[in-house]
Design a protein around this ligand. Structure first.
Ligand SMILES: [Fe+2]
Ligand SMILES: [Fe+2]
Length: 258
């Protein structure tokens, strides 16, 4: 069994960018069974930019599943952004999951934007001012929803999709000072609470591709400035332990236009 997962994040579409991904996307069914979008789909989160996303990623030959990123929240038009994406056939997850059939197998994807807070030993805590408590409670709540959504997936293979990073590994290259704004270990704990095969995220434009949660789940940063291609492809293949699968990066997809 091989399930082919294509993924990209941080495409930051607006009128100036629309059209650049489409040539590679029109052939995506040759390489992948599903496309995951790891947030920051727009530049400022306006409804008009969401329509650019719908134009670029709508009507593909494979299902498209997305989470939003912080940029997609900036204009405070999230309900309109989500509606435009869903009208284009894109499934938008936020603390929720979806199960897709890939041949004989059920692929479960649980997604949430996530939030910041930092990583073990270097993280904010729910202490002190109300604003600091609210910051960490936001991350804690979204991580709880992600973990619940992952555990409740009725699927053979589970994939976690976030915008913020669940581990510090894939932030290597970013300034240490901003790690707490790039992700949270609570997301990693949520991912480890289920037999997750692969965790996909974006947001860290200057980070690196590969990491691993403390529980051994492979993590991949697919931010477009990192992968430098229209999308990466990961092959999930079944091992002796049915709940765990290995992930391999497929490559060679449109490296030409960066
Ligand atoms: Fe971004
Ligand atoms: Fe971001």
């Amino acid at each position: 069994m091989v399930i082919r997962i294509a993924a990209v994040g941080d495409v930051h579409l607006d009128q100036d960018v629309v059209g650049r991904f489409r040539p590679a996307l029109d052939q995506i069914a040759e390489y992948a069974d599903v496309l995951l979008l790891a947030g920051d789909l727009t530049r400022h989160g306006s409804e008009s930019e969401a329509r650019c996303v719908a134009t670029e990623f709508g009507g593909l030959d494979v299902p498209v599943v997305a989470v939003l990123g912080n940029h997609d929240h900036h204009c405070d038009e999230v309900p309109s952004v989500v509606r435009v994406l869903q009208d284009a056939g894109i499934t938008v997850l936020e603390g929720t999951g979806v199960v897709l059939r890939c041949g004989e197998h059920r692929l479960g994807i649980a997604g949430a934007k996530g939030f910041g807070g930092g990583f073990a030993g270097r993280c904010a805590s729910e202490f002190g001012e109300p604003e600091m408590k609210a910051f960490i409670r936001t991350t804690s709540a979204v991580a709880d929803r992600l973990g619940t959504a992952l555990r409740e997936l009725d699927a053979d293979v589970r994939v976690a999709l976030t915008h913020y990073a669940p581990v510090p590994d894939t932030l290597a290259g970013e300034p240490l000072e901003i790690y707490p704004f790039l992700g949270s270990y609570l997301l990693g704990e949520a991912i480890d609470s289920a037999p997750t095969a692969l965790a996909i995220h974006g947001h860290a434009h200057h980070g690196t591709e590969r990491g691993t949660t403390p529980g051994g789940v492979r993590v991949r940063n697919v931010a477009h400035p990192v992968i430098k291609q229209a999308y990466s492809v990961f092959h999930l293949s079944e091992q002796a332990d049915r709940a765990k699968v290995s992930a391999e990066i497929g490559s060679g997809i449109d490296r030409s236009w960066t």
